[in-house]
Design a protein around this ligand. Structure first.
Ligand SMILES: [Zn+2]
Length: 429
């Protein structure tokens, strides 16, 4: 393939731009270091879905992460399916990561042992610094790991906006209220408020919500629902947490409304998962419109471009001033979709409303780097096309990349970072 000098030059320049990783599930580093790792740690995440869709049985997929089964046996189970999934975007992040950190260009019969050995060697304190900061240029990671104590300045927490409200146990002893018993709807709401203020004090910069068809908030209906649940009159089966989510009900609608309002007052961003996951019909981005309308003072960070409802999600940002678009997870769903939707977003939106990257990983921190390389490739692809078309100058292209990777998330989440980069110079003309 002929070399493309413009793309190479842009890629190198964009690699120098510092990054805010806008969405992960990374736990504190001590959790990762404490776990045993091998090649299959890199397949403990989204690639599991690809393996299942390729025809691998669910119980075999589970066996891949059992360290008491020999690596050889697990490799024999895995190898035929690796051939089927190796070209997906999820797998590409693995390949980029093993090339960078473990010095191998492929995964095969000849090197799965070697990769696993090298992974064990590297699984030491400092691994986050080495992968995220030194290799990736990531200055801060917004992580959702269910706790505010992340043990590192590198990880800034995002916490759930609401918790399950399906059983009397969940309502009377909310898991976020530190043993405090709640006996009434007002008690419960007060515990929610205290929780929000507490996690903010502990460093949370945002609260996470899943979009779904919320009903109009009604205190009267919420009250009656609360009473029926705690008196056992409306016994709800605890829902399966995945791949479905708790259905909206009057109590959830009401508490969500109050919490979104309070988040706005307290300057916490509401981060919203939209689209793709499990039965994604319920996660349509347009379900959010009434919330966006009722809370113009709350800033919403909309995740994943609502895939597959990409245009609908772009329109949320086009139509509502309180919406930002976060391209976390998108580059490993499909690079084609991510590149094209970012390109379209540049046509549609002011450039301060786009956030370029979030890896969306938990255990395989190496893949954050793989995903980041793919995000850079996508942005280089769309910017170089515009430069060639004559609609963008090189310095303007780099300014956009800097806004998307760093300045916009810093500004949206009001991050105070000790290791900032020089302010962006406004391009003239
Ligand atoms: Zn996520």
């Amino acid at each position: 393939m002929p070399r493309d000098k413009l793309r190479e030059k842009l890629f190198e320049a964009i690699e120098e731009i510092k990054v805010v990783d806008c969405h992960e599930h990374l736990p504190p580093e001590s959790v990762r270091v404490a776990r045993k790792v091998d090649l299959f740690t890199l397949f403990s995440h989204y690639t599991k879905g690809d393996l299942a869709r390729a025809g691998m049985a669910e119980n075999e997929i589970q066996l891949l992460s059992k360290e008491d089964i020999s690596l050889d046996s697990r490799w024999r189970l895995f190898a035929p399916f690796w051939e089927k999934i190796r070209y997906t975007s999820y797998s590409r992040a693995v390949l980029i990561a093993i090339r960078k950190f473990y010095g191998e260009n492929d995964i095969n019969q000849g090197n799965y042992q070697k990769i696993s050995e090298r992974m064990k060697e590297m699984n030491q304190p400092g691994i986050y610094q080495r992968i995220l900061k030194e290799a990736g240029g990531i200055q801060v990671v917004l992580t959702q790991c269910g706790r505010t104590r992340t043990e590192s300045e590198l990880l800034k927490p995002i916490m759930p906006l609401t918790y399950p409200m399906e059983t009397s146990e969940e309502l009377l002893y909310p898991p976020f209220a530190a043993g405090r018993r709640t006996g009434s709807l007002d008690d419960y709401l007060e515990s929610c408020r205290r929780y929000l203020l507490q996690v903010k004090k502990e460093g949370a910069v945002g609260l996470k919500l899943m979009t779904q068809p919320f009903g109009p908030p009604s205190r009267r209906q919420a009250l009656s629902f609360f009473k029926r649940i705690i008196t056992g009159k409306a016994k709800r089966e605890p829902p399966r947490r995945w791949p479905t989510f708790p259905l909206s009900h009057p109590l959830l609608d009401y508490i969500t409304e109050e919490m979104v309002n309070l988040a706005g007052k307290e300057n916490l961003v509401v981060a919203v998962h939209t689209g793709y996951w499990g039965d994604f019909r319920r996660l349509h981005p347009l379900h959010l419109i009434p919330l966006l309308q009722r809370h113009p003072e709350t800033r919403f960070d909309i995740y994943h471009c609502g895939y597959p409802w990409v245009r609908e999600t772009l329109m949320l940002a086009k139509g509502f001033s309180n919406v930002w678009l976060n391209f976390c997870w998108t580059h490993i769903i499909s690079q084609k979709f991510a590149t094209e939707s970012l390109d379209e977003a540049l046509d549609l939106l002011p450039n301060n409303k786009i956030l370029a990257f979030g890896g969306d990983y938990r255990d395989p921190v190496e893949k954050v780097y793989g995903h980041l390389v793919m995000a850079r490739e996508d942005i280089v692809q769309l910017l170089s096309t515009r430069i060639r078309r004559g609609s963008l100058k090189e310095n303007e292209a780099l300014r956009l990349a800097r806004l998307w990777f760093y300045d916009n998330p810093v500004s949206l989440y009001r991050l105070t970072l000790s290791t900032g980069q020089a302010p962006v110079h406004r391009a003239r003309g």
